[in-house]
Design a protein around this ligand. Structure first.
Ligand code: F6P
Length: 375
């Protein structure tokens, strides 16, 4: 049974937006079971804001929640391209008749109409900073909304942890442990590229957990010389291998991040990737130490959530429902100083929580002789 009495609303919608991450289903389960316990009904919006725009939703029942706690991905589907405030609705004719540009429209009112048609009175939105920005717009237009932050990157402003992060770190750590044994056998430098966009949280945590000798973060521009020195020094001292954990957003001092692709259909069009390959080539050429790279990519986003992410997801989902029942809307649930709390939905918009230079884990890593390529 739920801890608070209910309900102020009778019917809610739940949606997952942005890139997926492990633990989304655990939040959906927490929200839906809590709502059903309170006598509310729930509709699931399919494929994030795209489903809201295209009016694709389905009723969610207790049966739908069976076995999803440990399942990766999202049973609702997600989408990291659709922004209801700027949705592509057509294209001008190509020159000479027109400029060929995509025509955008604000379809937020259509989305609200779709929810009204189905009798939805409030919505729980699970997503990242972009998803929260749109959620804030709906909230300002009068829809009671509560947000739940998600991302493997752990970079949402206002919360010190997001679910999905701990699973990504566990996956990356396991992969690096494996890379270490093969690198040892062949006396190689092994460069492992992890995700994280502009934040180095995954690289920092997985790098420390796997005992990486070099950790390169977007927040600390690196120089090549200290990396070469470290590798050569290790090789001379008989160390079998050197493990380098590089965040996809890391860049050399004065250099640019490596962009894998630009997706003009996405509100956040830059996709980073490729720095690992570049580093392996530079290292091999400069040091003569045979080097290989591995890009962990979406393996970090997929698969079953670790226990701590299932717990966090359940806590956050439950807290979101508590806020909804208390009528405390326009809020995003958050963790601050280890405690559940809530912040204004607009707070994370356009911001990223980056690793600060005085992060205690950086000092601890330096303490165990890890190089950040900066000295
Ligand atoms: O934000 C999560 C994330 O996995 C980033 O770490 C990564 O840069 C990006 O999404 C990849 O996006 P996509 O799935 O569109 O390639």
């Amino acid at each position: 049974m739920s801890t608070t009495s209910c309900p102020v609303v009778r019917r809610i919608a739940v949606m997952t937006g942005g890139g997926d991450c492990p633990g989304l289903n655990a939040v959906i389960r927490a929200v839906v079971l809590d709502a059903l316990t309170c006598g509310m009904t729930v509709v699931g919006v399919e494929d994030g804001y795209l489903g809201l725009i295209e009016n694709r939703m389905r009723e969610l029942t207790e049966r739908d929640m069976l076995g999803i706690l440990a399942r990766g991905g999202t049973i609702l589907g997600s989408n990291n391209k659709s922004n209801p405030s700027k949705y592509p609705v057509g294209q001008n004719p190509p020159p000479p008749a027109g400029d060929g540009k995509v025509i955008y429209a604000d379809v937020t009112r259509n989305c609200l109409a779709h929810l009204r048609e189905r009798g939805v009175e409030a919505m729980v939105v699970i997503g990242g900073d972009g998803t929260m920005t749109s959620a804030a717009t709906f909230s300002q237009m009068g829809l009671p909304v509560v947000g739940v932050p998600k991302t493997i990157d752990n970079d949402i402003e206002g919360t010190e942890i997001t679910f999905g992060f701990q699973t990504a770190v566990a996956t990356a750590t396991d992969a690096m442990d494996r890379c270490r044994t093969t690198a040892d056998s062949h006396h190689r430098a092994m460069i492992v590229e992890v995700m994280g966009r502009n934040a180095g949280w995954i690289a920092l945590h997985a790098g420390v957990a796997s005992g990486a000798d070099v950790i390169l973060l977007p927040e600390i521009p690196f120089k090549m010389e200290p990396i070469y020195t470290k590798i050569v020094h290790r090789s001379k001292r008989g160390r079998k291998s050197t493990l380098v954990c590089v965040s996809e957003g890391a860049a050399p001092l004065g250099g640019a991040k490596v962009v894998a692709r630009v997706d003009p259909t996405s509100p956040d069009p830059i996709r980073l990737g490729g720095v690992g390959k570049w580093l392996a080539e530079q290292i091999e050429e400069a040091t003569g130490v045979e080097s290989r790279f591995a890009v962990l990519g979406h393996t970090q986003r997929g698969g079953t959530p670790v226990a701590s992410d299932r717990v966090l997801s359940t806590m956050l989902g439950h807290h979101a429902m508590q806020l909804l029942r208390e009528g405390k809307v326009g809020r995003m649930v958050a963790v601050q100083h280890g405690q559940l709390t809530d912040i204004d939905l607009r707070e994370p918009a356009g911001r990223q929580r980056l690793v600060k230079p005085d992060e205690p884990l950086i000092a601890a890593a330096r303490g165990v002789q890890t190089s950040f390529g900066d000295s």
